[in-house]
Write a protein that binds this ligand. Sequence first.
Ligand code: PAF
Length: 287
Amino acid sequence: VKVINSAPELRAELEIARKKSRVGFVPTMGYLHQGHLSLVDIAKQKANFVVVSIFVNPMQFNNSEDFQKYPINIERDLELLQSRNIDLVYIPTVSDIYPNKVKVTLNPGELAAQFEGEFRPGHFEGVLTVVSILFNQVQPDLAVFGEKDFQQLTLIRKMVSDLQFPIEIIEGPIVREESGLAMSSRNSRLSEDGKKQAKALSFLLETFFKTLSEGNNSNLRDLKKLSINKTKDYYPAFDLEYFEIVNQDTLEKFPDDSKSSEILINSPRGLVAGYIEGVRLIDTAGF
Ligand code: PAF
């Protein structure tokens, strides 16, 4: 697999490729797993020249310990990508992405103020800034992002629409371990027991949507309380940060007194975040 380490080199390579190919792009922070590879497979189906970037973006980490501990294994990543037969891996340096010390950044707007944005101040400013820089460098026809980071996916779609990037955004479904745990590079920091406890996130979502669909017309406040309590009983090591039910198109929260029947017909999506063994994990499910 061809590896490119600088922005000018990338520009030169892509100038040729773009003339005859539809360019697909999968931005990542590396430490690849089956979830990333499923995004690569989608890009391969939709484009005939596929670029994957690996860049652990310092700007999107609000917590320096999380950044320091972010797992890296480029050699293994390259082996995995080699097996997918992609065209280019772009591994820029920090100065390729941020050539200036003082920089212009992207304001993600109101949709970023809640959920992930509330608990990780500055996170989405960092994500949208790096994604827009990578989009300008790669200039893909399409880019694939995972459903697991649902708020990120929504904000990237909004950025592309509001700032009129001529790029099609494609969603890749969550890939889960057999246990139900959503795949994430951060899972590698969990012990075996931690991985079992981390099933809490998908369990909470499943329990909530099961109870919601049983349709006894309870209100959202009670349904949430019931599913959170059940999850805490089964997974005591899970430290819940937030669990919200939103409309999946607008990310607007349903009011606490909404009835299950109203929620069910309005494209509900659950968003959950929490800690296991000090590792922050997120998950999501729609209905
Ligand atoms: O989802 C990720 O891995 C990152 O947020 C992204 C989109 C690669 C930007 O750094």
